[in-house]
Design a binder for this molecule. Sequence first.
Ligand SMILES: NC(=O)C1=CN([C@@H]2O[C@H](COP(=O)(O)OP(=O)(O)OC[C@H]3O[C@@H](n4cnc5c(N)ncnc54)[C@H](O)[C@@H]3O)[C@@H](O)[C@H]2O)C=CC1
Ligand SMILES: O=C(O)C(=O)COP(=O)(O)O
Length: 630
Amino acid sequence: MSTHKHFIIDFDSTFTKVEALDALCAICVPDAQQRQKVLTEIQRLTDLGMEGEIPLTESLEKRLALLKANKSHINDLIEHLRGQISESFKLNKAFFEAYKEDIYIISNGFKEFIVPIVAELGVKPEHVFANSFVYDQDGNIIGFDRDNVLTQNQGKAKQIKSLGLEGEIYVIGDGFTDYEIKEAGIADKFYAFTENVKRDSVVNKADHVTPSLDEFLYVNKLPSALSYPKNRIKVLVLEGIHEHAINMFRQEGYNVEVIAGALEEDELCEKIHDVSIICIRSKTQLTAKAIAAAPRLMAVGAFCIGTNQIDLQTCTERGIVVFNAPYSNTRSVVEMAIGEIIMLSRGIVEKSNRMHNGEWDKSAKGSNEIRGKKLGIVGYGNIGSQLSVLAEGLGMEVYFYDVVDKLALGNAKVCNTLEELLSLADIVTLHVDGRPDNKNIIGAKEFDMMKEGVIFLNLARGHVVEIEALAQNIKSGKIRGAAVDVFPYEPKNNQESFESALKGLPNTLLSPHIGGSTEEAQENIAQYVPSKLIDYVNTGGSYNSVNFPNLQLPALRNAHRLIHIHRNVPGILAKINNALAENNINILGQYLKTNETIGYVITDVDTQYNRSVTKELKQIPDTIKSRALY
Ligand SMILES: NC(=O)C1=CN([C@@H]2O[C@H](COP(=O)(O)OP(=O)(O)OC[C@H]3O[C@@H](n4cnc5c(N)ncnc54)[C@H](O)[C@@H]3O)[C@@H](O)[C@H]2O)C=CC1
Ligand SMILES: O=C(O)C(=O)COP(=O)(O)O
């Protein structure tokens, strides 16, 4: 048997994003209210026809009668449809060009508008099989060609059969009538196309679901505009990440699964096995065990600042890039710290609670302005330094201590030791990162060094403070006010209850790790992190990643990009270039950066090259990951 392949493609909602008759309705029913009514009815009739609930002729007759369209409307329709060609079709013009002899459009629509639209991608007019309108003498559309085989039951199957095509027949469509071709035994395979609409009754019967043309081309090893279909990139989104991120991933064509809370290690290991990108916040522990359970993992999105919950070393060794949102919630934490410093200095929570119990205690005792007070910031990074600026604006005297040299902003004064800072500050606030070395950096000894009546804040990480020691010092009155947003153990989700030695202590503000949880911050994060992840997938760009050598790459134009991640040992670049030279491959641009663990090499090459070189690159010793991008 011949292995020649023929491709039968549906028009409405497959070749174009829309149903043409819906679009025609928008054109020829000028009154908006009336149009909506007609449109709803047309869509209902289309669905009934597509899902096989009523005969197609009946669906069509009723739709045309509702439309009352005229010849003059068809030109406007064609103009409109030109902008409605499905994205993955437009992208794969090269496939249509290369296979024009084998591509057929079989539709229950009308040649008058189908032929000019499919011609845009090079489909031959004689390969379009569809109906034709019947007009009256004034050009009004009054019906369709009832003799056309496509009006009959199983019309598409009959039409294709009459073409006598030899070889394999692949059908791509979104409707029941497309599936019928397979059912009639004419097609070898039916691919349910879901880029524009997804009809369960059709999807359930398909040999394969193709969310875009890229997937179809990929599984059939046909030339494709994309190196890898985006629907094959599975994204797992945990911990209530803002829906803007989810929309961005879906718009990009990724296959997204969303889970509201965090997952325990074992649950995560189960879920992560086919995931390419995982998106988490501060709760999910991405351990070496979880990473080992994720053979396809290529990127991690930390939708927060801290990355201490991620085993970064293992990610790097496995060639998995990690991005966080280093600045998106900075301001939110700072505003909360300022608010808490004022609330604690005035004992507002105590006073408020007492008033709720009917107690009126108007007094200035133990209430202070923050102006002129000494604020001691431990950790002068993005949050600490931003807090420094705002606190000075409120008239505070700012001191800071950091383990690395930092530029003092405004009039802030550097302390050379933690002891120095703790002994002079009226208010101590922690903004260090969550590295393991920072465990218990503030314990009994450090509280002893602080002034009597100090105010203490921790909005950094729970494990940096010894909770028992903090509780003791609040109880003894040494600490006259405390605000704690982060805890050594935090509930996994909003259903789990909160336990802590700090519960019920005086002038102690407890908050459920919400320093960065503002609408503004979460939306900013949900824009920033997905854009980094998508850029990494599409271009290999690693700029601002947490663990990869940072490369900012030019856009890929008229080139293929070979991405190579390897252990940082000598000689790998030479081996990559040897492989390219031996295959006569012309290098258009090359970028290399290394860190302590890995080397990251990007090579842009002419689009015509021996594809087997990608295998050779994978086989270079010490290679971690390698992919080709176009
Ligand atoms: N409560 C919340 O919702 C949020 C908490 N955070 C926490 O705040 C931390 C700080 O955030 P950024 O300022 O953006 O981070 P950053 O990395 O810009 O700053 C951290 C600073 O702490 C310094 N540092 C580290 N260990 C230290 C130590 N033992 N003593 C003194 N200085 C030390 C570092 O050198 C660095 O300058 C994050 O790592 C995260 O853990 C961040 C956002 C929201
Ligand atoms: O940004 C951070 O590091 C935070 O601590 C905020 O974490 P979250 O996104 O609220 O789990």
